[in-house]
Design a binder for this molecule. Structure first.
Ligand SMILES: Cc1ncc(COP(=O)(O)O)c(C=O)c1O
Length: 404
């Protein structure tokens, strides 16, 4: 049976950040606004997840979660089945979110004032975690070649020094959706290994990869790279379970694992009952669902990319290879950035993420979350079309004059 992603599920007044904080953050009412900002989906997860949660609610007791063998086994099997990543159960520990995980790792493997390297623009919590831990954010700005992000390997050596202790790698990359190739990953990792830089690999988007592309887990590149890598992953983006705040740290090297565990223990980190159960149910039963959701998102992506470029003269959509977060450069639009935003948010009532929060190179971009029923994407495009109608008629007139 086809999985239904088309039905609109009313999320208003459900403590949804995306819907119920749109008014306070953007001044856009959930009654007629379209939230295309924070990265969760407007889809229900696989039925097996909700069945499990229902059974848990019927049992009714939510004491501490113990015996995590099934949870770890579900991760081991998923990583093997979906990514060719051989993981041992002992390598896995749970953490309340990927961001919390890399904060713990930053604390365990660097000192205040040390440098943490990122490829920017990048998911905004990278910079926040680095600054909140009083480390120095080192931004290697991505280049754009052929409409896609590329790492600037030429300038990279000049950015780091002996105090650069960690690379926070986003793979696949958010925003922009690049799935890094084996060659690129090898080059990044060789750079880190030569300089003793620990690799923290955020692979939360690894399952949302479009047809024709393949995610390569960093720790599968070589035993030497695995021995210097902490991988963070989660079922949260893949299956829309972000509210459970449950992720996994995967660390094969025993010494690194012990040091990370000591920091996690110092912070009293323990498993989340519902998050662990939901993750287990999703990984054990979610193959068909995730294949279907990726196909659906690919359809939304094409629709939005073509629709936006037609609606806003000068807008350039970075075509995604993964994720559900469309990244749109509006620097070519004949309007100041704030006016473009004003039209999208005030006139069209579509809430989007603002590129500057993603760091260097993001300033002229806006990010649209596409993980919603197609009718919402269609409606957003129609409203944006109306909000930029004057620009289209101007550019149409200019083109006609040029031809005349
Ligand atoms: C690259 C990346 N890492 C981490 C997160 C958030 O992870 P968590 O909610 O597990 O902290 C996001 C959310 O959008 C993300 O895009």
């Amino acid at each position: 049976m086809a999985i239904d992603f088309d039905s609109i599920v009313d999320r208003k007044n459900t403590h949804s950040m995306k819907w119920d904080e749109m008014e306070s953050r953007y001044g856009i009412s959930a009654e007629d606004g379209i939230p295309m900002w924070v990265a969760d989906m407007d889809f229900r997860p696989p039925q097996a997840v909700n069945d499990m949660l229902k059974a848990q609610a019927e049992h009714g007791i939510n004491g501490y979660y113990g015996d995590d063998d099934a949870f770890k086994q579900s991760i081991v099997s998923w990583m093997d089945r979906r990514h060719g990543f051989t993981v041992e159960k002992d390598w896995i520990s749970t953490v309340p979110g990927v961001v919390a995980g890399y904060s713990l790792a930053i604390q365990a493997f660097s000192e205040p004032g040390d440098g943490v390297l990122v490829f920017s623009p990048v998911y905004h919590a990278f910079g926040r975690a680095v600054h909140a831990n009083n480390r120095k954010l080192i931004e290697s700005q991505l280049l754009i070649e052929g409409g896609q992000y590329k790492i600037d390997f030429e300038t990279l050596p000049s950015l780091v020094d002996k105090k650069t202790k960690i690379l926070l790698l986003c793979t696949p990359h958010n925003p922009g959706g690049r799935v890094w190739t084996r060659e690129e990953l090898e080059q990044i990792c060789a750079f880190c290994l030569e300089r003793g830089i620990l690799i923290i690999s955020d692979e939360i988007h690894e399952d949302l990869v479009f047809s024709g592309y393949k995610h390569i887990p960093t720790a599968t590149l070589s035993p030497e790279i695995a021995a210097r890598t902490i991988t963070f992953s989660a079922a949260s983006k893949t299956f829309n379970l972000a509210g459970f705040m449950t992720a996994a740290a995967i660390i094969s090297d025993e010494d690194i694992r012990k040091r990370y565990a000591a920091q996690a223990n110092a912070c009293g980190i323990g498993p989340n009952r519902l998050g662990s159960l939901a993750t287990t149910a999703a990984y054990n039963n979610g193959d068909e669902w995730v294949d279907a959701v990726v196909e659906y998102i690919e359809g939304n992506e094409k629709l939005l990319a073509e629709g936006l470029e037609a609606a806003i003269p000068g807008a350039k959509v970075m075509r995604l290879h993964s994720t559900y977060l469309s990244w749109v450069d509006v620097s070519g639009v004949d309007l100041p950035f704030n006016e473009v935003l004003r039209r999208i948010e005030r006139d069209a009532k579509v809430a989007v993420n603002h590129g500057a929060t993603f760091g260097k190179g993001g300033e002229t971009f806006v990010r649209f979350n596409l993980a919603c029923p197609r009718a919402m994407v269609t409606e957003a495009i129609a409203r944006i079309e109306a909000a930029f109608a004057d620009l289209r008629s101007q550019s149409g007139t200019a083109a006609a004059q040029e031809q005349a």
